[in-house]
Design a protein around this ligand. Sequence first.
Ligand SMILES: NC(=O)c1ccc[n+]([C@@H]2O[C@H](COP(=O)([O-])OP(=O)(O)OC[C@H]3O[C@@H](n4cnc5c(N)ncnc54)[C@H](O)[C@@H]3O)[C@@H](O)[C@H]2O)c1
Length: 260
Amino acid sequence: MLISGKHVVVTGGANGIGRALCLRFHAEGARAVTVADVEIDRALEVAAEVKGLAIEVDCAVGRSVESMIEQAEKQNGPIDLFCANAGIFTPGGEELDFADWEQTLNINVIAHVHAARVLVPRMLARGGGYWLSTASAAGLLSQIGSAPYAVSKHAAVAFAEWLSITYGDRGLKVSCLCPQGVRTRMLLGDDGERESFLRGGSISVEEVAEAVVRSLDAEQFLILPHPEVLEYFRRKATDYDRWIRGMRRLQASTEPAERK
Ligand SMILES: NC(=O)c1ccc[n+]([C@@H]2O[C@H](COP(=O)([O-])OP(=O)(O)OC[C@H]3O[C@@H](n4cnc5c(N)ncnc54)[C@H](O)[C@@H]3O)[C@@H](O)[C@H]2O)c1
């Protein structure tokens, strides 16, 4: 699908990967870009850059997601491409408060269900539409240091697969974006200084947007801006136990010396 002439909605569009998608979609000639984010001031700035519409939304809340879609379609007409991109990273494991587990799962995957509930029937009635989920390489592999992130991103991949399997023959096109490290505040912190083992192989948000536009054009399900992720995914499928041993070594190499 070409972006030219389309109405595109990007959740989490105010910063990072979402902002880069908004800018790139505008450059590709989108008819309208809707920037949906909980940070409305930043969303308004991005909307001004792309001559688009900013809508405040809390993706953790179903009613808020529904009303954002209503507003976007009322203002800019039918949504051709919906990018479920908003996400959070919560470090920790089983010991985290359930409030943290819930918030991470709500934003990283249940938000997609809320949006699909409203939008998929409309897209099918119109003969089709395009859905893009931003999951992560963590949704295919795992995430060192965050169980809720690993779990929620696996679920996001699973939901995107399910949408494609269930509705693909009725006109719904689905892609799932699974980057590894991308240089945003999520990876590097607000000051860009946070240490991360993913910093080394990290890429820019513009490189992610380039991969997205190319893959949407090709209508390809899995979008891997880091091609090496495909090899890691193959290794996982080929020999799970060996892959887990390798991940343990990676985990050990990222632990502070006193905990080893
Ligand atoms: N940066 C990476 O290394 C990386 C790698 C793989 C996947 N991802 C995924 O890419 C997506 C974008 O992340 P990013 O790196 O650009 O981070 P970011 O923090 O720069 O952007 C995330 C955006 O989501 C918005 N958001 C957060 N909670 C929200 C909520 N409840 N409702 C609405 N908006 C909300 C934030 O305000 C922000 O604008 C996320 O889903 C993330 O998990 C990031």
